[in-house]
Ligand binder design. Structure first.
Ligand code: PRX
Length: 632
């Protein structure tokens, strides 16, 4: 038995057991279902202490041959992509697998024509247009390492990511549509590139048809380049362990780090998890609402669905434009059967009222998914009742940029579900809960730090340019374990419930930020001495950003000062990291050694003013009363 497809609870139990007793045999059987130019020599080499993790070493392949070429014979005329524009009045675009293959090959030839080659890093900074997915696959086709940067990040963030990766090219658009707004993209790239020396080429996709500045010798229009190339582009042969992409993500310290995923293992795991978690059938229409700039868009838009030969919807716009029924209108319009979104979107649509759902039948839906943050029970039930009409299983999928694919989730309609519980580890996944001292908790009905004790094929391999940082962040806290940074509970039946981050990472609307990153952005505002940022429960966003700010002089015009702090954050990180609350304080609660006691600030932000705990070790306990008094 290969367990390629789990259809029953028993299949799941058997597959998981097999994946633990013989992980190499289990994953080798999955890997054999793909097209390889050369079979691998060794299925798995691993050492979490270094860390050194290699899956399918010695194997040769190109992931795009598996996403595209191998489907041409049977699925050449099947729809690969249905692109729904921001404005429902604009025509949507449909591409079959044959057409997507053609577009990817042509784009890949444009990359080659512009001197981009295997191993080069390419930054992709584009709105959700078909060319974004095409560009990503085109990079993979020629073996260039893509680094997609979400369009909500600022010029500064883009520049930091370009410089860290040493990117030689940027793929972007002229501008973007987002709800009722039109926003610049190319000019943000231009601003970023003032700080970058490695970029030789910028390839611009036309979307909003704005006049943009084109730098001679550096910038070219995609549509002009496409007239110069053909559709034949043989795939570059890659090693299973060659990097496929870099994706920057925030941690509790320092700047965002470039998580590196490699070709072979990532391919095997994203395909396997996609098909099994969502129970994908040939006739399904999958709609993931994430942006391709996040890991969800990489694993369950660009790669998982194309590897599986599925049809998917890609949406350019926002859930509330032109009205909060937009997602449901898209579901009915394109006959979406599997819908995958984030709790923050569910909560905000729930808040808009059921009247925006009622006009739509939603009868095509079969499976619902949730990702990115804990889903509270109220949102879970609303999703189940009003969107799934009580009949669609909900998969609450827990995973991370670093894990490459879903690790803990129920399997749609196969394993049971329980509100707010991600539930069971997928085959191949061996979670453990640890005490703070690193002792494994083996019983059920417990809570602990969520770690993995065995590698799966799509685990991160390194952080770009700084392997030591990877080791320290994920593999050094507890020997022999991958540490996720999340806390979790395990119930009597062994289901996992994710509680949230135990480090200084805040999850705002499913987007990850390090508190340190936001603080350094705030500290660049004129007149700011220092700041401390914590998360607090937010009805829609899951967590909001609460900033405590110390200024040089007493603040005369708080609104004006808040405005300039927000401006600094928008400039350093992007509009997605704007603090929700900014409280001015004369000092921060610090220990005698100068460490900020975030625990106290967190309690204040959470409005638990009577649960501050022991404050006697503080350098200046009086500051706590002032902070409590000024709580927003
Ligand atoms: O805290 C967990 C939360 O999101 C973090 C990972 O963020 P990121 O790398 O941006 O990837 C998000 C999309 C996979 C985790 O450490 N998280 C993700 N999924 C869930 C979740 N928390 C609870 N339940 C989930 N289903």
């Amino acid at each position: 038995m290969t367990f390629d497809r789990i259809r029953t609870q028993q299949d799941y139990t058997d597959a998981h057991a097999k994946s633990v007793s013989d992980p190499e045999g289990f994953w080798a059987a999955q890997a054999e279902t793909f097209t390889w130019r050369k079979t691998w020599d060794t299925t798995l080499v691993w050492d979490f202490e270094k860390p050194d993790i290699q899956w399918f070493a010695g194997g040769k392949l190109n992931i795009t041959e598996n996403c595209l070429d191998r489907h041409l014979e049977k699925r050449g005329n099947k729809l690969a992509l249905i692109w729904e524009p921001n404005d429902p009045k604009e025509r949507f675009v449909r591409l079959t697998y044959r057409e997507l293959h053609d577009r990817v090959c042509r784009y890949a030839n444009v990359l080659k024509r512009n001197g981009i080659k295997k191993g080069d890093r390419v930054a992709v900074y584009m709105p959700m247009v078909p060319e974004l997915m095409i560009a990503v696959l085109a990079c993979a086709r020629i073996g260039a390492i893509h680094s997609v940067v979400f369009c909500g990040f600022s010029a500064q963030s883009l520049a930091d990511r370009i410089n860290d990766a040493g990117a030689v090219a940027v793929l972007c658009s002229d501008g973007m549509f987002r709800g009722a707004k039109e926003m610049p993209v190319k000019s943000v790239v231009d601003e970023a590139l003032e700080q970058c020396t490695t970029v030789r080429r910028v390839i611009v996709t036309e979307r909003v048809r704005w006049a943009v500045n084109m730098v001679a010798g550096r910038d070219v229009w995609l549509h002009e380049e496409l007239t110069q190339v053909g559709a034949d582009c043989p795939a570059e042969v890659m090693d299973a362990e060659d990097p496929l992409f870099i994706l920057y993500t925030s941690g509790s310290t320092g700047k965002p780090k470039g998580v590196v995923h490699t070709c072979g293992g990532y391919m095997v795991y994203t395909d396997y998890s996609f098909r099994n978690v969502f129970q994908v059938e040939e006739s399904d229409v999958f709609f993931c609402t994430a942006d391709l700039g996040w890991i969800t868009g990489h694993s369950y838009m660009a790669y998982g669905p194309t590897l599986a030969g599925a049809t998917q919807v890609m949406f350019e716009g926002v859930p509330t434009f032109p009205d909060p029924g937009r997602f449901w209108q898209i579901v009915d319009k394109h006959g979406v059967t599997i819908f995958y979104t984030a709790p923050t979107a569910i909560r905000s649509l729930m808040a808009c009222g059921i009247d925006h759902v009622l006009p739509y039948s939603l009868h095509s839906l079969r499976v619902l998914g949730s990702v990115g943050e804990p889903i509270n029970e109220e949102a879970w039930h609303w999703y189940k009742t009003h969107i799934g009409k009580g009949k669609c299983p909900i998969v609450d999928t827990w995973w991370q940029t670093e894990t490459g694919g879903i690790l803990i989730s129920s399997i749609a309609g196969v394993t049971d579900e329980k509100p707010s519980h991600a539930a069971y580890p997928l085959p191949g996944i061996q979670p453990v809960l640890l005490t703070a001292e690193g002792k494994e908790i083996t019983e059920n009905e417990v809570e602990g730090l969520l770690c993995m004790k065995f590698p799966w094929p799509s685990i991160l391999r390194t952080t770009w340019g700084d392997h030591e940082r990877c080791r320290q962040t994920y593999f050094s806290s507890y020997t022999g374990m991958y540490f996720s940074g999340d806390g979790a509970k395990r119930d009597a039946e062994g289901r996992y419930r994710i509680i949230g981050r135990v480090d200084d990472v805040i999850n705002v609307s499913g987007h990850r930020f390090g508190t340190a990153e936001i603080e350094s952005a705030i500290n660049t505002a004129k007149g700011v001495v220092e700041s401390a940022v914590v998360g607090y429960p937010h009805d829609i966003k899951g967590q909001g950003i609460y900033a405590f700010v110390v200024t040089e002089k007493p603040v005369e015009d708080p609104e004006d000062m808040r405005g300039s702090i927000i401006e600094s954050v928008v400039a350093s990180i992007g509009r997605i990291a704007k603090p929700d609350k900014i409280q001015f304080v004369s000092g921060l609660p610090k220990t005698r050694s100068g460490k900020i006691m975030r625990r106290i600030l967190r309690k204040v932000a959470e409005n638990e003013l009577n649960a501050l705990g022991d404050t006697s070790t503080l350098l200046d306990p009086a500051v706590v009363d002032e902070i409590k008094g000024g709580k927003l």
